[in-house]
Ligand binder design. Structure first.
Ligand SMILES: [Zn+2]
Length: 356
């Protein structure tokens, strides 16, 4: 009997040692292998041909650039959530929504005001709690809608965050690419669709407090300013205006593979290379950055709303005071917004056809 217990102890001991060794040496090696394999997969996508000519020009790009510059102007002081620059931007957005003819879709008029007392961020494989006591007051999302040709269909929500980092150590973080570019594109899309109605209703949401942990989007669902069941899809725009390789990432096809044929069609007419990446889990992509929760679309995804996120890769001016309007690549930004417009038109048709 004692021999039995001894041998069992030894077996368990060896098992624990082997598992430990496997974890220390095997796990990092496996992750490194996955990371490398994913990098090769992404690199291969760069050889996919792009159209020589962009999709036809339907948007007013001068107006869009002017809107971007207004938001990234030093007077806006980097639009930190709750600060005067963000408040001015919010009022300016309301005026534009009115001019475009969007219907108020907030809690009070176009606005959904909210406060955040505290928020806890979870991160990492074992979801460590990072307590962040960060009160946010004077924050608001701005919501406006357009009716669809089939008003009973759930809405396609087009989102872009208008807040940025504000002033730090006396330096203004202008946030031209992040994310005045997404908001100006969203406004220009709203102007287009006001004249060219879609099948689905469209809901335009300029979100606040993204830079404080996606709190604007979190508050939106928490306060039931929108219900997941009212939404067919979320198109999130965050950083559209510059990339040295003329690449635009389309994140979400891993979760929603039915988007591939739509993106294939869009790519045929777009001079911007649509890169489908940064959405695969760690057990497939290793330590490759995963952007599924990197902006507001992550909150829509957690509430079960299908999503796509369009955005460029981080550049050297990302989250620095150098993210200014003059560094925007106007030609690229134009091609990107026309591409996004094309995507929304095709998505709307495809989703409506499914309903029949
Ligand atoms: Zn951003």
């Amino acid at each position: 009997m004692r021999v039995f217990w001894k041998s069992l102890l030894v077996t368990v001991g060896i098992g624990v040692l082997l598992a430990g060794a496997g974890y220390w040496w095997g796990y990092p090696a496996w992750q490194a292998w996955l990371t490398e394999r994913e990098a090769t997969r992404i690199e291969a996508k760069k050889s996919v041909p792009v159209a020589a000519q962009a999709v036809p020009e339907r948007l007013n790009h001068q107006r869009m650039l002017a809107d971007l510059s207004w938001m990234a102007h030093p007077e806006r002081e980097g639009r930190e959530s709750g600060q005067p620059g963000a408040l001015a931007t919010r009022h300016w957005l309301v005026e534009h929504y009115q001019q475009i003819g969007l219907q108020p879709a907030g809690v009070e008029g176009y606005l959904h005001e909210y406060e955040v007392q505290e928020h806890i961020q979870f991160s990492g494989l074992f979801r460590q709690r990072q307590r962040q006591i960060q009160a946010i007051s004077n924050a608001a999302n701005v919501l406006g809608s357009l009716p669809g040709k089939q008003p009973d269909l759930p809405a396609i929500a087009i989102t872009a965050h208008y807040d940025h980092l504000g002033v730090r150590d006396g330096q203004i973080f202008h946030g031209a690419d992040d994310n005045a570019s997404g908001v100006a594109a969203m406004l220009e899309l709203a102007r287009y669709f006001a004249q060219h109605p879609t099948e689905h209703p469209l809901l335009f949401i300029a979100l606040d407090s993204e830079e404080k942990g996606l709190q604007g989007a979190v508050a939106l669902f928490r306060d039931q300013a929108v219900q997941p069941s009212q939404l067919a899809f979320n198109v999130n725009l965050d950083m559209l205006s510059r990339d040295s390789e003329r690449q635009l990432f389309a994140v979400g096809t891993y979760q929603h593979p039915w988007l591939h044929p739509i993106l294939d069609q869009v790519q045929q007419q777009s001079s911007v290379r649509l890169m489908r990446a940064h959405d695969r889990p760690w057990w497939r992509a290793g330590r490759t950055e995963n952007w599924v929760n990197s902006s507001d679309h992550g909150v829509f995804h957690r509430h079960g709303v299908p999503f796509i996120y369009f955005g460029v890769a981080d550049h050297p001016d990302y989250h620095t005071p150098r993210d200014t309007s003059d560094r925007v690549d106007a030609a690229f930004y134009q091609a990107v917004t026309e591409t996004v417009l094309d995507f929304i038109v095709k998505l709307d048709q495809q989703l409506a056809a499914r309903q029949r």
